[in-house]
Design a protein around this ligand. Structure first.
Ligand SMILES: Cc1cc2nc3c(=O)[nH]c(=O)nc-3n(C[C@H](O)[C@H](O)[C@H](O)COP(=O)(O)OP(=O)(O)OC[C@H]3O[C@@H](n4cnc5c(N)ncnc54)[C@H](O)[C@@H]3O)c2cc1C
Length: 401
């Protein structure tokens, strides 16, 4: 007989673990199926490691400009293996934190690949070689996305996506980033501040094409100051390895360029490859996104899809919002829709101190029925990256608001 759960979540990234934890807090029995490491792209191969390196780059920049502040500091170079080890410690600490939460929230964690069959049966190919079938009352598909690649640039050696570049142990002397979107620009900025000669190779007339032009121009100006070579309206046609280990990139027009590392950063595709879906009414569109309505419901009753797997902005906080929306919808059939047009790409900011409008006691004295929630900075990825882990966020809210 198959195991049975109120909710089975496939994929343990921000969308998946947020759904699992929230559903468990609502009293549901939950299984979370993850084929790699909890935390998904964001924690293991995305936001967190990329921001850890951005911070290393910022530290290097601060040292370079320290004399402007009257500080005598001379750098004798960067030991990037140490930066890598620091990044790995941050990621490991956060993975441990999430693993602890699965236990404390009594979520059944299954290390394996989940696929959806007809009748909301989730089949799990477990990492230990065995398999099991789970009967789910509800299912959330949260299998995320993977980097896109382009013809003529097979990944391997010095040709990398974001996955591989985040594992580098040495700062490349010359690096070309193909694609001037948000992720490409983040890598360009990081490596320029670490001392690499950086080029951005973008096919469109401008980098950051989706951004407000005034804001994009600020980035262009700052990149120009950092001596990043921005080539727009340019079409890469292929690459070849040279005997000295470097790579030559060729273009539809113009001279080739020689670099040490090429980062292919041309967007991410929804990853539904291992989800099965045979015999279900879950539809995948021609771009690979699972089709959902405004409540993240797929065509199959009781099955939702969220995060990078669906056609909404590919951002961790959008995945979190969709997780909460789906659980609220399946628990309470709430009619609140997600407004992704209001989603911004801003990251977490830590303020040193913020006053609270009303203290808990004052609020109670004023006749409010309040709830209090606290989140320690030491459990926050951004605080760990900055190395400033003392502090907390405390929210005092009206119970019914
Ligand atoms: C370099 C980089 C920097 C980024 N920076 C930011 C940023 O600063 N801010 C921001 O908001 N976003 C950022 N993002 C985007 C963010 O990482 C994603 O939007 C977010 O991770 C999406 O979450 P998700 O849960 O939908 O999917 P994912 O995080 O991709 O997680 C999906 C999980 O599902 C698992 N999985 C897949 N198929 C199966 C299966 N069949 N069975 C079991 N498990 C499966 C995968 O192993 C993975 O762990 C960045 C991304 C990258 C690559």
């Amino acid at each position: 007989m198959a195991d049975q759960f109120d909710l089975v979540v496939i994929g343990g990234g921000p969308g998946g673990y947020a759904s699992a934890f929230y559903a468990a807090s609502c009293g549901m029995s939950v299984a979370l199926v993850e084929r790699d490491t909890i935390g998904g792209t964001c924690l293991n191969r995305g936001c967190i490691p990329a921001k850890a390196f951005l911070e290393t780059a910022a530290a290097n920049r601060h040292v370079a400009h320290a004399s402007e502040f009257g500080i005598n500091a001379n750098s004798t170079g960067i030991d990037f293996a140490v930066s890598q080890a620091r990044k790995a410690r941050i990621v490991e600490g956060l993975v441990k934190g999430l693993t602890g939460l699965t236990k404390s929230k009594k979520v059944t964690y299954l290390l394996g690949t989940g696929s959806l069959e007809a009748g909301r049966v989730v089949s799990v190919q477990l990492a230990d070689g065995t398999s099991k079938k789970i009967q789910a009352n509800n299912v959330i598909l949260a299998s995320g996305s993977v980097p896109r690649t382009i013809k003529g640039f097979p990944i391997g050696g010095s040709i990398m996506t974001s996955d591989e570049v985040l594992m580098l142990n040495k700062i490349p002397k010359r690096i070309a980033v193909i694609g001037g979107g948000a992720i490409g620009c983040e890598f360009a900025s990081t490596f320029a501040d670490l001392g690499s000669e950086v080029s951005i190779l973008e096919g469109a007339p401008k980098i950051l094409p989706g951004l407000d032009p005034d804001v994009a121009n600020v980035v262009v100006k700052s990149f120009t100051k950092k001596k990043i070579n921005i080539k727009t309206g340019i079409v890469v046609t292929g690459q070849s390895s040279l005997p000295d280990g470097s790579t030559q990139i060729t273009f539809a027009t113009g001279d080739p360029q020689i670099v040490d590392v090429v980062v292919v950063s041309v967007g991410r595709r929804a990853f539904s490859d291992a989800l099965g879906l045979v015999g279900t009414n879950v539809k995948v569109d021609d771009r690979g996104f699972v089709v959902v309505n405004e409540y993240c419901q797929t065509g199959e009753s009781g099955v939702y899809a969220i995060g990078d797997l669906i056609n909404t902005p590919q951002l961790a906080h959008v995945a979190y919002a969709e997780a909460i929306l789906s659980i609220k919808h399946l628990v309470a059939k709430t009619q609140r829709q997600l407004c992704t047009t209001a989603c911004h790409g801003q990251f977490i900011v830590i303020q040193k101190l913020h006053g609270l409008a009303l203290q808990k006691e004052q609020a109670r004295e004023a006749g409010h029925d309040v709830v209090v929630a606290k989140h320690q900075f030491r459990a926050n990825s951004r605080a760990m990256i900055l190395g400033e882990i003392d502090g907390l966020v405390k929210v005092i809210a009206k119970k019914k608001s």
